[in-house]
Ligand binder design. Sequence first.
Ligand code: ZN
Length: 675
Amino acid sequence: MDVQNEINELRRKIRHHSRLYYVYDKPEISDYDFDMLMQRLEALHPELITPDSPTQRVGDVTLPQFEQVRHQVPLESLTDVFSYEELFAFGKRMDELIAEPHDYSVEPKIDGLSMSLEYENGVFVRGATRGDGQVGENVTENLRTVRSLPLHIENAPERLIVRGEVYMSKAVFEQLNAEREIKGEQLLANPRNAAAGSMRQLDPKVAASRKLDIICFNLQYTSGPAYKNHTETLDAMREMGFPVVSYSHFSNIQDCVKQIEWLGENRDALPYDMDGAVIKINSLSQREALGSTAKAPRWAVAFKYPPERKESKVLDVVVQVGRTGVLTPKVIVEPIRLAGTTVSAATLHNQDNIDRLDLRIGDTVVLQKAGEIIPEVLEVNKSKRPANSVPFKMPELCPECGAPVVRDEDGAALRCTNPECPAQLLRNLTHFTSREAMDIDGVGPALLEQLVNAGLVRKASDLYSLDVQTLAQLDRMGLKSAQNAVAAIDRSKQNDLSKLLCALGIRQIGTKAARVLAQRFGSMDALMNATVEELTAVDDIGEITAQFLQRWFADGQSRDLIESLKNAGVNMTSTEAPQDLRFAGKTFVLTGSLTRFTRDEAEALIADPGGKAAGSVSKKTSYVVAGEAAGSKLRKAQELGVPVLTEDEFLALLGGKAEDDPENGENGGQLGLFS
Ligand code: ZN
C-alpha cells in the first residue's frame, strides 16, 4: 500500500471510530488501539495532514444546542507517550532546555471530560467543556448538578479559573448499568462515555440523576496571589474546597517512572478510571519559558498505559442462541480481575474467529477489554496447551432445540432454522416487552420464562390473552402483580406503530428505523404493501434493510403474528400523519434559472413528497426541470431521453397528482405560494 493510500485508510478508520465513540457512545475498539491509529497517522509524512485530518480535530465534536464559550485561557491537550523510552526522551529534552534544576509532578490522568470552571468573588458563574481547546460549550447548569463541585468558595480571589475533569465513578457506573439491565435498557459503554452523554443532556435533571463527580488539576487563572509551583496551586485549590488530584513530585525522570508504574499497578483501587499518568514540570516560571508548540505545551506529557492484559484458563466453550436465532460461541474462563471488573467469560463471535485463534478447551488465553468494557480473547498461549486437546467446532444442531443450523448467506453467522426455537422465543418476547419496544412494565424475563415453559405463550400475541387468574398462580406472582402485568399488557395495545415495529425484532429494524417507517407509511398495511423502491426512498433505510423487511412480511408466520396482534386489538397505525409519497424513488435535476421559485423552494417541493434533487443528469434521473437559459444538463437529458419539464409542467405534476389522490388534496394549497 502506498503512503497516501495508507493515510486515507487511517483517516477513514479514525473518523469511523471517533464517530462511534463521540457521537454514538458505542466504541468498538479500545482507546489504546485508537491512539495507535492516531500515532501511526501522525508518523506518516506530517505534511500530508490536511486541516480536515482527524489528528487536527479529534474530540472537538460540538453540539449546536449549547452556547459557545471562548476560553480566556486555552485548555491545551497534552502530547501522548506510549513507552518509558519516550518518557526518558522527554526528560532529556527538559534537561537540555532548562538550565536550572527542575522537578516534576506526577498525577493520575482521570478518564473523563475536561472542563473550565469560572468563579467570580467565590461564586461559580460559568463552566464550559474543553471543545477544541479555544471554544467550548456552556454547560453551567449541568455542572451545577455535579455533587463534588463547590458552588461557593471561601477566601476566594476576585476572579478564578480552574480546570477539572468530570467523571462518573466506577461504583455509580456499575450501579446505573445494573439498573439498566433490569429495565432492559441499553447498557452504557464505559464511565467516560456515560459522563459525556450526561453532560450533553439539555435537561439538567438528567445530568443530576447520573451522579457525576469532578476532580480539579490545574489553576488556569487567578487574580489573587502569584504562585511559584504547580503543586502549590494544587494545595491552594484544595484549601479553597476543590476536590484536587493526588500528586507526587520528583527531581528526576527515573523516579517519575517508578511512580507511574506504581499508579498503573494500583489503578483498580481508584474510584475513577485512569487512562494514563501526567508528568509536568513543576515550576510555573519554567513552564512559561518553555511555552507551547502549535499542538501542546512543551512542559508536560501524558503517559498512556497499554490496556491491561491477563491470562486465564479456558474451562469451556458454550453456544448461546440469540433473539434472531444466531448461535454465538462464548468462552468460559477461570474468573480473573481485569481492568476493574471480574471477568469469567468472553464472546468468541463465530467459528471463523475460533479458527483464527485456534482456541481449544483447556487452553490458556490472553484476555483484554475492547472499548474498555467488552472482554475479548486476544490470543492463545500455545506453550501452555495441554496434550490431546482438540479444535473446537460449532454444533450442526441448535443446542436449544436440536433443529439444524445454517450459515447465513451474507456472513459468518450460524442460525437456528426453527422459528419456534424456545431460546429464540424467550429472547424475542424479552425484546417485545422491553422499554424501547412495547414497554410492558411488570412482564420481565423471569415471568416470560415461566410463561414459555408452561406453554402459556408460544408467540408474542399470546400475551394479550393472559388473564389475572392465570398469572396469579405462577411463582412469585401475587394478585397485585398479576393485575399490574395485565394492565400493562392492555395499555401497550395503544402504542404507536413505531413501538410495535421495533418490538417485532425484524433484522436491522431498531427504534430509529421503526420510527421513520411508522412516520412515512402511517399503518402496518401500508408498510406491508410498500415496494423496495418506496422503502429505500425513506431516509436511513437501505437496500438490505428493505429486503429484510420484505422477506419478514412475506413469511407466513410473520403474517399470522400480525393478524393475531390485530385481532387482539393492538394498534396498527401511527399518530404521525401518513406522509405524501408521490415522488418516492424519483430523482429530479433542476437547471437554468427558475422564475417561479428559488432553488431551495423547488428542492423542498421535491423532498416533501419523498423525491430527491440531484446535481447531475444520468439515465436514472426521472425528470429534468429546465428554467430559462438551461444549458448542458438540458442537452444531456435530451440525449438520454430523460423527460424535461418546464416550471409550469413541474407545478402541474405536483398539483395534478394531488387531484388524483383526494387524501392529499390540501397539499395542492402550498403551490399558491409560488403562483
Ligand atoms: Zn433452536
